[in-house]
Design a protein around this ligand. Sequence first.
Ligand code: PLP
Length: 387
Amino acid sequence: MSLSDQIIEVMKSVAGPAPVPLHGPTFSGNEWKYVKDCIDSTFVSSVGKYVEKFESDIAEYTGSKYAISVVNGTAALHIALILAGVEENDEVLIPALTFVATANSVMYCKALPHFIDNEEFSLGLDTKKLRDYLEKETKQVQGKCVNKSTGRIIRALVPMHTYGHPSDLEGIIAVANEFNIALVEDAAEALGSHYRNQHVGTFGIMGILSFNGNKIITTGGGGMILTNDHSLAIRAKHLTTTAKMPHPWEYRHDEVAYNYRLPNLNAALGCAQLEKIEELVEAKRELHNRYSSEFSKLEGVRLYSEATGCRSNYWLQTLVLDEPDKDIRDQILNSTNSKGYMTRPSWKLLNQLEQFSKMPTMDISTSESLSRRIINIPSSSNLVGVR
Ligand SMILES: *Cc1c(COP(=O)(O)O)cnc(C)c1O
């Protein structure tokens, strides 16, 4: 039997009969109740009790001191980069293998994404390679990391926890500290993931989450900025709420800022979703176990499993082919999708998109290989019983 037929057999036995989507939301709790309550109260928009509740619930769940809700994860990243000090003409280190939002948010700051290689082990940044690269390519000038060939300041480092699997945070923190680069985590995909028992997104000066429709919990659309720093939290709230000065009736805004606030209606949905997060993570981990015992019998492919010391939310289950052969990958994508099992390749490497093709890029051979070998397979929590 061909590899793609064997993969389809596993999906049939684990995920059930087709059609099976890549990822669907699970609404099994108080979603209707809270959303109805929100509508009944008439406070559906930018003011209301669910916004504060959702922020404090997320802070409590992640162990972050502060959590500031926003319209989506991209907006969260934009604000986090501004507050990390990213300015026009700076460079920001990001993995080559990530969703386009990571690079877009850098561009919103008029800065340049600088693409770094990924590693096999975590699917995140290769920190050993990054350190060697920075040692060679940068110098310290007045406590700042400067790219010797471009003369620009490398202001921030943005690891991304790929498909919910935690990156090598120990290595990442060490590099950020050693080279004086601000650490901002793109934890958009990783609500419920832990690195050495600490929730991801809480290791840098700021981290961000996304609650888009395809993420592990959804608010329809939404995002969150996480930080342990009181003054950054105040600044984040101010910048995302049009910089309006508190006053009983006067409209005064003390700087040009953003209308990035999360509506109460979306926060209500988020409160109900978050009540189920542990169940959703458990379901995804169970789904991983079921896939794993079947895929381990196949040759030429493996199911990605969390690195040591990490507890992944397994947001998207990830197959990694042995061979970086795009034809084999595309054949598997074609046949699984045509049989009703929705699968997707990883993102096109960002440096290969026209708009980023001139951005500084290190040797990214592992990102290149991974991008030809990764296939995400049906991952909804409800495939193992949570409904
Ligand atoms: C989903 C996602 C974001 C943010 O997405 P929004 O749709 O704006 O909420 C950012 N980075 C990564 C890696 C993502 O997967």
